[in-house]
Design a protein around this ligand. Structure first.
Ligand code: AMP
Length: 217
């Protein structure tokens, strides 16, 4: 099963995708995490992507598309993949469809996690991520048990540079102007599911599992 999860920054997309991938026993692939790994390892790709990411801009397709498609066809993803953060544009959605078709696979459904913009801003201002494995916390809505420490791996929590200042507004603008067009794309292909992301974490998870199981049975 190949699933695309669409949601704005702060919608709970990262938290929910990880849980969902575990529940459905498919591989979790987040384009943002792939970039952050490349940046921390100072690879050529990471160096190219860094400036775009820090400004809150999308990284160009000639860098992003081969990176994600290359990951999706690796052995651990053959049984299914949950994509978080990719595609973000129609061009990327088409590239994904073509890339999967080449290996006799397809996107089974795309899930939109709906959260209003004012709530997203509030959530993003409190968001902290763990340094080791990018587990996501929120000082307002989902705090760690010990302040500044990840519950799961004990590593330090930090605020992403692109969760601060102008970059946050820019990323939300990109989402609501551009990424939102994906909803029509997947609706036309009868693959879209919409789930209310403005609920308790466990409720959102339960709704996601139910809606996906219904759609892909
Ligand atoms: P995320 O962790 O999904 O919020 O991604 C962090 C940043 O990585 C984004 O703000 C973009 O700069 C870049 N990025 C992630 N996914 C994509 C994508 N599909 N297309 C272009 N840029 C991306």
């Amino acid at each position: 099963m190949n699933i695309v999860l669409i949601g704005a920054q702060g919608s709970g997309k990262g938290t929910q995708s990880r849980r969902l991938a575990q529940a459905l026993k498919i591989c979790y692939v987040a384009s943002g995490d792939l970039f952050r790994k490349e940046i921390s390892e100072q690879t050529e790709l990471g160096v190219k992507a860094k400036a775009f990411i820090e400004r809150g801009d999308l990284v160009p397709n000639d860098i992003t598309v081969p990176m994600v498609l290359g990951r999706v066809v690796e052995a651990d993803c053959v049984g299914g993949v949950l994509l978080d953060g990719f595609p973000r544009t129609i061009v990327q959605a088409q590239a994904l469809d073509n890339g999967l078709q080449d290996v006799a696979r397809a996107v089974n459904c795309a899930v939109y996690l709906m959260v209003p913009r004012d709530i997203l801003l509030h959530r993003l201002s409190g968001r902290y991520i763990c340094k080791a494995q990018q587990h996501v916390y929120n000082v307002n809505t989902n705090p760690p048990k010990v302040a500044g420490r990840c519950d799961i791996d004990g590593s330090d929590l930090y605020q992403r540079p692109d969760d601060r200042g102008d970059a946050v507004q820019k990323r939300l603008d990109i989402f609501f102007n551009e990424t939102i067009q994906l909803l029509d794309y997947y609706r036309k292909h009868q693959k879209l599911i919409e789930v209310n992301g403005n609920q308790a974490i466990d409720q959102v998870h339960a709704d996601l599992v139910r809606a996906i199981t219904e759609k892909v049975k």
